[in-house]
Design a binder for this molecule. Structure first.
Ligand code: ARG
Length: 570
């Protein structure tokens, strides 16, 4: 039931009928088709401009000739407007075919096998050990989670990787501080805050007593060398950090296939350095080793510090090669803020120079903008970092407040409050193109009437309620009752949902799904206000209930793909 393809095939047929001798016409007609900005202009428009050269004829003339050759039951009529040929579906036929196609496998509507046999690695969330999980890591976490769901739905094998920031001399310092002034219980209880306190204290004490720096470095060396005590403490710091992060991941329903972070590659960087050396790519620079990228208009990529320590880039090189060799990916996505744009450009370029051609078209930096909080930069709100767990807790409390007001008798209010509160935050993050900066406002995110997560969830609950109250269906659906403008507008959106998901996948852009799902919710509400679902006529009722059922499922799928739950009552 791919209407675009159907119309394209039809256009092809018409072309052959009208111009049997023609040569050199474009192959992929489906790609040429456009969706007219308004429904009154038709369901699809076929632009004739690109045919002009091959047919040696003006586009309006081509459109006229094609129009004369159409006669198909699924097309009510065509109109020539300028160089466009506008197709109008036969409304009843369209409703029948679409409903049949969706209802044959409702949960699968929008899925595809495009990714069959292909693997995508996705690096997202990638939090730093001993640091709080703050608003800055919200986008990467929810964009990554959504893309994982979208790729899965498109038939890809997905490997989600939390590339933990767990390597660097700061961990030596932290252990040193812990040994001197730390306390096991305090770290267990205070978690990351306590580790931060120790780290800050280390800095203060080191100013008075510079030999501390050496001690810190010595502890890091111990980690590198696999010293038992150092590793035990380091491992435990990681566990404590991850325990906190897990709470956030649980609330968001985010999962990873791998937590192989920077430390995982510590013993894999040697090979990279050797390879760079062998391939003549390494240069000395004040004792450090670099790859010169001047020729490509970029600053050098740092590989080894003068003391021989590896850098962020070195570990990312090792990680990319490891992922290729382990997962044989067809794509490797890095869902990381646009501030790291240069880092990834350098990374991909060095891989390419090493002869890894796949880096050029398989590795992608999926960048996104900054998040601010009620008009203030996210890192400092009254001097405090906006922490993700606190934000999500607030969201749930606020949602509970609204639910208490609107539906005081709702069962399992707490769970619905979680779904709606978290949904509001996630939706706000995935609402606009990812590269745009986001300013998060509570009132906007939690508005049940605007373009928000709660609004879409509410529409889903409305569909559920309509279906709960529906009488038993006694007649076959009469699709002639779905030919009004509102029903057709909704049907059009439902029919395009598969294209939408495919495009979101192709462009790594969850907001395409967010917007499409919102449009479907709006179209359903408009339909709901202007038409009676339960009609005196049993056939009309059956058709409208079926439309409701299809809408309910597609909204649920859309919400799922952006990482939201769909509560049946709210
Ligand atoms: N931990 C890094 C940060 O918080 C992000 C890591 C992204 N992934 C990568 N392979 N470099 O900024």
């Amino acid at each position: 039931m791919d209407m675009r393809q159907r119309i394209a095939d039809l256009a092809g047929e018409m072309l052959r009928a009208a111009f049997p001798e023609a040569q050199g016409l474009p192959e992929d007609l489906a790609a040429l088709l456009e969706v007219p900005p308004e429904q009154s202009m038709g369901d699809y428009a076929f632009p004739c401009f690109k045919l002009s050269k091959a047919l040696r004829m003006g586009p309006p003339m081509i459109a006229q000739k094609l129009a004369a050759a159409v006669e198909k039951p699924e097309i009510a009529r065509v109109e020539c407007v300028g160089g466009y040929l506008n197709f109008f579906f036969n409304r009843e036929n369209f409703a029948r075919e679409l409903m049949n196609a969706i209802m044959a496998a409702p949960e699968k509507w929008g899925s595809s096998q495009d990714g069959q046999g292909k693997t995508v690695c996705m690096d997202y969330s990638s939090i730093n050990i001993a640091k709080r999980f703050h608003l800055g890591h919200l986008s990467t976490t929810v964009i990554g989670n959504s893309l994982k769901r979208i790729y899965d739905f498109q038939g890809w094998k997905t490997v989600s990787i939390n590339h933990l920031g767990d390597w660097g001399t700061q961990f030596g310092k932290m252990i040193c501080a812990y040994k001197k002034w730390g306390d096991k219980e305090a770290v267990e209880k205070g978690g990351v805050d306590e580790m931060t306190r120790l780290y800050v204290r280390f800095g203060q004490e080191a100013e008075k007593n510079p030999t501390l720096e050496d001690e810190g470095r010595a502890w890091f060396k111990k980690i590198e060398e696999g010293d038992k005590e150092a590793l035990e403490i380091f491992q435990w710091f990681k566990e404590v950090t991850l325990k906190d992060a897990m709470k956030v991941y649980d609330v968001l329903d985010v999962h990873f296939d791998s937590y192989a972070g920077e430390s995982f590659y510590a013993d894999k960087t040697g090979r990279v350095v050797e390879e760079l050396e062998q391939k003549g790519l390494l240069k000395d620079s004040d004792g450090a080793k670099i790859v010169d990228l001047e020729e490509y208009g970029m600053p050098p990529c740092l590989i080894l510090k003068s003391d021989g320590a590896t850098l962020y880039h070195t570990r990312d090189l090792a990680a990319a090669i490891y992922r290729k060799e382990t997962y044989h990916f067809d794509q490797c996505l890095y869902i990381v803020a646009y501030q790291q744009d240069l880092h990834f450009k350098q990374l991909f370029k060095v891989l390419e120079l090493m002869g890894y051609d796949w880096a050029r078209d398989q590795c992608k930096h999926v960048a996104f903008g900054m998040v601010s909080y009620e008009g203030q930069a996210m890192a400092t709100r009254k001097g405090h970092v906006v922490l993700l767990d606190e934000l999500l807790t607030r969201a749930q409390e606020k949602a509970l407040g609204i639910i208490n007001e609107k539906s005081p008798n709702l069962e399992n209010k707490e769970e619905v409050a979680r779904q709606v509160g978290v949904g509001a935050v996630v939706y706000a993050t995935l609402q606009n193109n990812r590269i745009k900066d986001i300013d998060f406002w509570w009132d906007r995110a939690l508005n049940f009437d605007g373009e928000t997560g709660p609004y879409v969830q509410y529409t889903f609950a409305r569909c559920c309620s309509v279906l709960r109250k529906a009488p038993e269906i006694t007649a076959a659906p009469d699709y002639a009752s779905l030919t009004d403008d509102e029903a057709q507008a909704l049907l059009r959106l439902l029919s395009r949902f598969p294209e939408t998901v495919a495009e979101a996948c192709l462009r790594n852009e969850p907001s395409i799904v967010t917007r499409a799902t919102t449009e479907i919710a709006k179209a359903y509400n408009k339909y709901y206000y202007e038409h009676r679902i339960l009609d005196d006529d049993a056939g009309a009722t059956a058709a409208r209930l079926e439309l409701t059922r299809a809408t309910r499922q597609v909204i649920k799928t859309g919400l799922y793909l952006i990482g939201l739950d769909a509560p049946e009552r709210m």
